[in-house]
Design a protein around this ligand. Sequence first.
Ligand SMILES: *Cc1c(COP(=O)(O)O)cnc(C)c1O
Length: 383
Amino acid sequence: MAARPYNFAPGPAVLPDVVLERAAAEMLDWGGTGMSVIEMSHRGTHFEGIHQAALDRFKRLLNLPTSHSILFMQGGATAQNAILPLNLLGQNPKCDYVHTGHWSAKSIQEAKAYGDVHVAASAEAARGATINGTSADWPSFGYVPPESDWQVRADAAYLHICGNETIGGVEYPEFPEMAGLGAPNVPLVVDMSSHILSRRMDFSQIDLAYGGAQKNIGPSGLTFVILNHEVLQARFPAPMQHCPTVFDYRRVLDQNSLLNTPSTFAIYMAGLVFEWLEDQGGVEQMERENTRKAALLYSTLDASDFYKTRVAKAARSRMNVPFYLPDDRLYPLFLEQSKAAGLLNLKGHKAVGGLRASLYNAMPFEGVEALVSFLRTFEREHA
Ligand SMILES: *Cc1c(COP(=O)(O)O)cnc(C)c1O
């Protein structure tokens, strides 16, 4: 097969060639069964093995404590915006959110239908002041609010953050400690759609994380929910009254995600990606590579007067890098020429405009080198 172009799409996104080749080779006959995984019963022994192996690998990659379990659900992160409050607000309607951009705004909006929503901190206002002793020049939704500004209600049912704002390109360099926020008993919930498995994360600090698989894991149609089942059982014994059974974390957990037919093919594909990740050296190795890739791209953008970025350096996403050209008329040309150079899907989200390169785990370093080389040439020709 000829080398494929580099795909910088935000999601669904690039997958490793070897994973796609393996899936292709197994498409008509998985493991000598004479069946495609797509054709197998979700309750048969073949799929049971595929499912369990995927879960085991995912847990190992995350270094997940025994207090935590993984659920495979459907509906994407968007469905979780409703499923989460439906599950956790059964006794106490108070829920706190941090607003850092497009995706946290969606979560906040949806939760309002179910609970008493309080925005504990927001990055909406631009800030040029000195913060914690360092001078800050932070545009609206271009930073993570400093924890000293957060006002988390100590009796909230949970605090929700979006770990990586895929559209704005804002990532938490680390997750907050709830005790340090004066809310030691409030569970921390993280939308991890676009940076799961991209760096080491300490799940003993995180009570629930969720996301769609299509950014950094595999095909769309699969949603992961990683939760502390001890906290769930002790603190959230029942969902809200009208929570659909298929969305009840307790029921899905009891049935090991087989309450109804799961997204079987997507689970199989995710399992192949997990196997590839383990072969690569796991999350630690991904963290090294992702840091290296992002550093190359940001340093190229920073060294240029032509390209502009807007996110505060401390909160720059290593997964999604938005950037801008000096003249709006250049965008169509940039997209046409980058595509011709084998660099796909660099258009920014319409909410923020500009360009965006998504550098998920499956984007090789060589892809970023090719992008950087194109950026330099384009600048030379149009500056
Ligand atoms: C893509 C994305 C979503 C929405 O995901 P769906 O699976 O399409 O519902 C939500 N949050 C974040 C951070 C995302 O990147």
